[in-house]
Ligand binder design. Sequence first.
Ligand code: NAI
Ligand code: MG
Length: 356
Amino acid sequence: MTRIAQIAGDGIGPEVMAVARRVLDAAGVTDLQWTELDWSCERYAREGSMMPADGMDLLAEHEAVLLGAVGWPGVPDHISLWGLLIPIRRAFDQYVNLRPMRTFDGVPTPVRADLAEGVDIVVVRENTEGEYSTLGGRHGSGAAETALQTAIFTRAGIERIAHVAARHAAERGGTLTVATKSNGIIHSMPFWDEVVREVAQEYPIEVHFELIDALAAHLVMRPADYDVVLGSNLFGDILSDLVGGVCGSIGIAPSANIDPTRTHPSMFEPVHGSAPDIAGQGLANPVGMVWSAAMMLKHLGKEKETNRIMAAITTTLADPATRTPDVGGLADTETVADALVDHLRSTAPHVESAVA
Ligand code: NAI
Ligand code: MG
């Protein structure tokens, strides 16, 4: 049995997690042993912390963590994020944040259909350093009140993420786009460019550096021109939501936080948050969560099941009757779940061989 820690979290987190669990069952994945954890803002309100003091030790006993979403009005977002997600990413050295996104037949996009056709992008985000650091502080008061926030870029940190992005680019279309801002940010970004360039030279790929502001515009104007996009922690975070939006909805976007050394568990979670505005209404799109679960299966070596779940997602999204309103459909969460499960059951390997 492979041990999986489940953190459903807040808002729509538990709603989409329930769908992921049904889909994994329907895909015939029976060798996962689940530890269901109630770590959330609700727990914070009740007990004063997002997770217990020995939480990280408990997670460390698992192969992977599957997470819904955390965050709820009343608990400041920096508390929910720094009390759970960011400690997990850092303590487990999950330095790769993979965020694939593509367009799907039938799913309307806010950009013209001819521009959106065939878009298939992987954002590779550095996940442990960069702009999201605790270095800095607040000083003074009144008009002199000042906040200092220091970004951290290390050679080792840039090299390892550049290797991952370059390897992905070599395995896919052979092109790597690197987000930078070396014109305005004069220390860290020229260093980032220099180290990424050195690493990329070791791979048979074409590398383009683009200033993040222009890149943001180009990703909207000609998204099909991009394949693998590498960004620092902040830039990768923003670009992945942008690409999700271009493809139709952040409700379908998945992500994986990976420790490639496999020393620690990796964590899989949709890009979206807890969506308090639609929580409890049965409107949440479960596809981002289900796709994240499929990425977890791939990480665990279950390629066949991963592909079957992706086929179920593609089929389900193609029909407005089986997709949620955020992607131009009429269905509620339950209807999408039923459609995914039905597709998996009707295409089960034993059914296929019986037909053949
Ligand atoms: P959000 O992603 O929760 O929602 C943004 C918008 O997208 C909302 O209008 C929402 O209804 C819609 N949306 C999101 N996921 C959807 C889905 N699966 N199906 C249909 N519509 C969907 O981002 P927001 O509103 O900025 O944050 C809400 C809370 O979530 C905050 O507390 C925030 O800190 C937290 N958050 C947590 C994340 C995580 O757990 N990894 C990531 C992002 C935000
Ligand atoms: Mg984000």
